[in-house]
Design a protein around this ligand. Structure first.
Ligand code: NAP
Ligand code: G4F
Length: 348
């Protein structure tokens, strides 16, 4: 049985990845942060009683900024594959917390690489490591962006990802560590964090359609992104680690849409006039925006046969359907006197 270790297992991608690795028969170890409330919503359906002998999902407390604990849990997990997904992954927030974002994104990645190198050296069995890179690294470079496009990062988050990418390449060249960098373009799902654009829109529009709120406050409607489905993208991560020679890949759909296009698509699904409900709030603008990301994923299609299965239309359908059910539950609770979800939670 192969063993995998996932940092960021409680996040959107971590949850889909854990699901697919368990389905493939892996034993899965995940790093989780201690929190004062449960933070495992996205993987609760995968949770197994640790007293059960057949348990294949193990969760370990730790943090990528804590190198000692990190190395210990990687040593104990004894993985064949590490998927390093942990990050402060919100671009707008990275302008508010640049040092923290850099600490987790860049130094955290260095800690993971260093731990993997040391553990591999001691046990004399190779480790394969996936590093979660981002299309944000391309920043101001015009589309289409491929593996050969220069990085011109436009946010503290993107700079931290460029540093992490550089560390990963260096550990591959200097120590022969089997590291691959996935350069993933935006991907979403019903499990997407509610402060990212796609989910923010589907949560708000479905609530508006049920009379639970009136407005949705957004920033720049003109930016263009290449949006895919997270389930497809974790399949790409796994395929990248199955080859004997480590190669970095762009993962994208090859099609971009504006933020406005997404808003229109979601509101249309619900027969709502978006212009009657959407307002602009400058707090959601970024000091430096990335205007247009559209990936050229021909290398991964050619080498690994990976292609996205879900396009933006199906993604929007999937997310609207999910969030309509969430909003219906919220309305039911409200109608039975249990109060409503605080507005700040759904329109952050
Ligand atoms: P996400 O939903 O924000 O999840 C981030 C995960 O990292 C969460 O599990 C979070 O734990 C964990 N984490 C944050 N700081 C940590 C720390 N200091 N130590 C340990 N764990 C920590 O992000 P995602 O969308 O799944 O993305 C996964 C990775 O891919 C990230 O590195 C992101 O930057 C990158 N990426 C994402 C996209 C995209 O469109 N989704 C595209 C390109 C690259 P908590 O649950 O405790 O907060
Ligand atoms: O959903 P977003 O916050 O995603 P962004 O900034 O593109 O970053 C995501 O994708 C990256 C891959 O390219 C990841 F590396 C990163 O971790 C993250 O997952 O914003 C998408 C677009 C931006 O242009 C933003 O300015 O939507 C625009 N936008 C307009 N109004 C908004 C809003 N974004 C957010 N989050 N909230 C708004 O109100």
């Amino acid at each position: 049985m192969k063993r995998a270790f996932i940092t960021g297992i409680t996040g959107q991608d971590g949850s889909y990845l854990a699901e697919s690795l368990l389905q493939r028969g892996y034993e899965v170890h995940g790093l989780i942060r201690r929190a004062s409330v449960f933070n495992t919503d996205r993987i609760d359906h995968l949770y197994q009683d640790p007293h059960d002998q057949a348990v294949r999902l193990h969760l370990h407390h730790g943090d990528v900024t804590d190198p000692l604990a990190l190395k210990r849990v990687i040593e104990e997990s004894d993985p064949d594959e590490i998927y390093h997904l942990a990050a402060q992954s919100h671009v707008r927030v990275s302008f508010d917390q640049p040092l923290y974002t850099g600490h987790v994104g860049a130094m955290g990645t260095l800690n993971v690489l260093e731990a993997a190198k040391e553990v591999e050296r001691r046990r004399d069995r190779p480790i394969r490591l996936y590093n979660a890179g981002s299309s944000e690294m391309f920043g101001a470079s015009p589309p289409p962006q491929s593996e050969d496009t220069p990085f011109r990062p436009r946010s503290p988050y993107a700079v931290s990802k460029v540093a992490a990418h550089g560390y990963a390449v260096n550990y591959r060249e200097a120590y022969g560590l089997h590291v691959v960098n996935g350069i993933l373009f935006n991907h979403a799902s019903p499990r997407r964090g509610e402060t990212f654009l796609t989910r923010k829109v589907t949560r708000a529009a479905t609530r508006i359609s049920l009379g639970l709120q009136d407005h949705l406050w957004l920033g720049n409607l003109d930016a263009r992104r290449d949006w895919g489905f997270a389930g497809d993208y974790v399949e790409a991560m796994w395929r990248m680690l199955q080859t004997d020679v480590p190669v970095d890949y762009v993962v994208a759909t090859g099609r971009s849409h504006s933020v406005r296009d997404v808003v229109v698509a979601v509101f249309d699904r619900l027969d709502l006039d978006w212009e009657a409900h959407v307002r602009i709030d400058p707090r959601y603008l970024r000091p430096t925006e990335v205007a247009h990301l559209e990936g050229d994923a021909s290398r991964i299609e050619r080498d690994l046969g990976w292609k996205p299965e879900v396009g933006l239309d199906d993604l929007v359908d999937m997310m609207v359907e999910h969030d309509l059910a969430v909003a219906e539950r919220e309305r039911l609770l409200r109608d039975h006197g249990h109060g409503d979800v605080p507005r700040g939670r759904v329109t952050p």
